[in-house]
Design a protein around this ligand. Structure first.
Ligand code: NAD
Ligand code: AKB
Length: 324
């Protein structure tokens, strides 16, 4: 049987760096081609520099390695995207069109395209936001993702391309740092706690948002991609839920471990973005179609984040002492 060869676009990012390792374990290091705008000197495995706005660069790597699946992670996220709306639209859409066209022209077996809770706007119910809520996103990032979902479905309906997609909530992990989103505070807060520093939050204390622990997000991605084709009934993008909380709630969960941890609030433009996003998500379709089930709640996530970050900072300290 022909072996799967995977191309990951945007592999250096918060999700890509973790997903790459998981896919290397699943498919074998030599069957996973990681790519991004630059190569990380510490990267271990097969790597190609690809600017995904350039069709030819993707095409030549697909031909060189006989790629049959693409995970397309490259994008400009919500907060960064608002600094340059038209450039964000160009990058997010051009990279997607190139991936879809390369996949169609080379008869690839599958494509993964991440969408986001950013597709929702103030027309959707805030609590337990349904799969088929009206989409009126208020950021250029959200507009690009809601359009992207429909393009994914178009390629499935028109050409039979097996594109699969999840509307990720904010992703929280200890392995990597986030790259310019509105949910980034929920990673930074744990770093500050472990470093014994006060945290200044750019969202209001009571701003509840849907989040998911990295382990759950990666497992959801793999389970979606492994599911039999007939069970994938939604070809735009599946709602996906992990855990919902506000900055005050995550701070309280940290204070159970670090009672002196302190947080202050200085809301900025990201609060306006967050205020139009859901508080929580109804992911019953993902549960029904491909048996999705999150494992981490706020308490288990907080315990794991703190434990892992403490180990990482300790290791760095030892390395620095050895150099010195
Ligand atoms: P990130 O910003 O950390 O990483 C994106 C990567 O894409 C970066 O390494 C960047 O160098 C690369 N990139 C940008 N432009 C590129 C181009 N033209 N060609 C090739 N690579 C390019 O993002 P992330 O958090 O890892 O998110 C990955 C995907 O998941 C994105 O599509 C994002 O919209 C989606 N998503 C992320 C979250 C989250 O909380 N992290 C939530 C919802 C959806
Ligand atoms: C962002 O905040 O932009 C991302 C997302 C939820 O899509 N983390």
């Amino acid at each position: 049987m022909k072996k799967d060869v995977i191309l990951i676009i945007g592999a250096n990012g918060q999700i890509g760096s973790v997903l790459t390792k998981t896919l290397q374990e699943k498919f074998g290091v030599s069957f996973v081609v990681a790519s991004d705008l630059r190569k990380d000197p510490n990267f271990e495995g097969v790597f190609e520099v690809i600017d995904a706005t350039d069709f030819e660069q993707i095409q030549s790597v697909v031909s060189k390695y006989g790629v049959n699946q693409i995970y397309h992670l490259a994008a400009i996220l919500s907060a960064k995207g608002e600094q340059a709306p038209l450039a964000t639209w160009d990058i997010n859409m051009k990279t997607l069109f190139n991936v879809l066209e390369v996949a169609r022209l080379n008869n690839l077996d599958k494509v993964f395209y991440p969408s986001s809770i950013a597709v929702f706007g103030d027309a959707a119910a805030m609590n337990n936001t349904p799969q088929d809520a009206f989409l009126n996103p208020a950021t250029v990032y959200g507009i690009s993702k809601s359009s992207g979902e429909n393009w994914a479905q178009y390629y499935f309906l028109r050409y039979g391309l097996d594109v699969r997609s999840l509307r990720y909530p904010g992703i929280i992990g200890y392995q990597s740092l986030p790259g310019g989103g509105t949910t980034d505070y929920a990673v930074d807060i744990y770093h500050k706690a472990v470093l014994n520093e006060e945290f200044t939050c750019f969202l209001n204390a009571d701003c509840e948002l849907p989040m998911i622990f990295m382990e759950d997000a990666i497992r959801a991605t793999i389970e979606l991609m492994d599911a039999p084709k007939e069970s994938i009934k939604i070809r735009t993008s599946y709602n996906l839920a992990g855990v919902s909380f506000s900055p005050a709630e995550v701070a309280r969960s940290i204070q159970k471990i670090y009672p002196d941890f302190s947080i202050k609030y200085e809301a900025d433009f990201r609060q306006d973005i967050a205020s139009k996003w859901p508080n929580s998500i109804d992911d019953s379709k993902a549960k029904a179609d491909w048996a999705w089930k999150p494992e981490y709640d706020l308490e288990t996530m907080t315990r794991t984040m703190i434990e892992k970050l403490k180990q990482q900072y300790k290791k760095k300290q030892v390395e620095l002492e050895n150099i010195g």
